[in-house]
Design a binder for this molecule. Structure first.
Ligand code: AMP
Ligand code: ZN
Length: 138
């Protein structure tokens, strides 16, 4: 299903022009208009799924492999030495466009890592209790 009000549905299906890197029956891969680094791409399903929880199995089965393929091409074609696969779900996680997408962000040796956090701390008992809270909802 497409969503007529969704910009990524329109881009993925060619109704709005984009800098296209790759296309197949299920996905379009385009360059992000606000790149975190040269070559920053977005993997967009042609069908509308709002986030990873909504993603159909047939798409979920392929998206990581596609991320690896695009990232490998960035290493060959752009001289990247690594890449981040980033996928935000929900406003609190930084999702701003509510059509599933996976970022493929090439990384270069002269740049600092961008996906980082300051490690916190937790007692073993707290980790056990937290794990239980998640486990009980699986
Ligand atoms: P997220 O914050 O994970 O939802 O990422 C949304 C990304 O989409 C951002 O990196 C934006 O720069 C990018 N973006 C939004 N609109 C467009 C567009 N029309 N063409 C290309 N990239 C876009
Ligand atoms: Zn959409």
């Amino acid at each position: 299903m497409k969503d007529q009000s969704c910009i990524f549905c329109k881009i993925a299906n060619g109704e709005i022009p984009s800098a296209k890197v790759y296309e197949d029956e299920q996905f379009s891969v385009i360059l992000d208009m606000g790149p975190a680094s040269k070559g920053h791409a977005l993997i967009l399903p042609k069908e509308h799924f709002k986030d990873v929880c909504d993603l159909d199995d047939a798409y979920a089965a392929k998206v990581l492999k596609l991320g690896a393929k695009i990232g490998s091409a960035m290493k060959k074609g752009l001289g990247a030495t690594g890449f981040n696969l980033v996928q935000n779900n929900g406003q609190s996680a930084g999702q701003t466009v509510f059509h599933f997408h996976m970022h493929v962000i090439p990384r270069y040796d002269d740049q600092a890592p961008i996906v980082t956090w300051t490690p916190g701390s937790a007692e073993p008992e707290e980790l056990q209790e937290t794990a239980k809270q998640i486990r009980e909802c699986l």
